[in-house]
Design a binder for this molecule. Structure first.
Ligand code: PGA
Length: 254
């Protein structure tokens, strides 16, 4: 069974004080999470330790980085290595978010190197994929996303893929308030599951969590998460609001 996951992507938001307040909000709230349900908070690098200090002991809560270097170590000014994240006890990292693909020209080869770095340092990558509006309008989303998965996962073996979480985030739904309908999400998640089955077999593929991202809110999370193959969400805007993100956490399926 795949884990059911509510993942927050804070992106480049919040000052230190604001981050501290939000983390403390989650610390004091009670969530009735089972062993199969996780909350993962992808916070900016400067707040990783703060988040671990505040939530490190909270059951089923984990901290994630939003990016990782494709390199091991050395003269790469501004980069953060997977080994550094591991040394901070970080367990997860986002790889291939559409904003990084677009604004930082991250291509398939680079994303594969990042995945390899993460896996080699015991980090679980949350690998993002998703089509732009023009592709959706042309009805070519399945082919597009299949290609995004295949071109990066081609060198990831069966053992490694078990540690990867997939996040499907249609670009036209990110930060726009336009959510994919729960049926659109179900359809493409089923397609993604099919690709994973063809690459790694049913046994392995059926355990991989596939999250939906793109304007997930407290008001639509339950309907999305109730769909077959939608194993939770990757949430941007709404994850900055304690009340709304708590509602999303509470929408995780049993
Ligand atoms: P959003 O962002 O929830 O603000 O649409 C999702 C994401 O980019 O991960």
């Amino acid at each position: 069974m795949p884990k059911q996951i509510a993942a927050a992507n804070w992106k480049m938001n919040l000052t230190f004080k604001e981050a501290q307040n939000l983390l403390n909000e989650f610390k004091i709230r009670d969530f009735n999470l089972s062993e199969n349900q996780l909350v993962i908070l992808a916070v900016p690098f400067p707040y990783l330790n703060l988040a671990t200090e505040i939530l490190g002991n909270k059951t089923q809560f984990f901290i994630s980085a939003q990016d990782v270097s494709a390199h091991d170590k050395g003269a790469y000014t501004g980069e953060v290595s997977a080994a550094m994240l591991q040394s901070l006890s970080i367990k997860y990292v986002l790889v291939g978010h559409s904003e990084r693909r677009e604004y930082h020209n991250e291509n398939a080869l680079l994303l594969l190197q990042k995945l390899k770095q993460a896996l080699a340092n015991n980090l679980q990558p949350i690998f993002c994929c998703g089509e732009p509006l023009a592709i959706r309008e042309a009805g070519k989303q399945n082919e597009y996303v299949t290609q995004q998965l295949k071109e990066v996962l081609f060198e990831i073996n069966k053992e490694e893929i078990k540690n990867i979480i997939i996040a499907y985030e249609p670009i036209w739904a990110i930060g726009t308030g336009k959510t994919a309908s729960s049926e659109q999400a179900r359809e493409i998640h089923e397609q993604i599951r099919g690709v994973l089955i063809s690459m790694y077999g049913e046994h392995v593929a059926n355990d991989i969590s596939i999250l939906y991202g793109g304007s997930v809110k407290g008001s639509n999370a339950a309907e999305l998460f109730a769909k077959q193959d939608v194993d939770g969400g990757l949430v941007g805007g709404a994850s900055l609001d304690a009340e709304d993100f708590s509602k999303i956490i509470n929408s995780l399926q049993a």
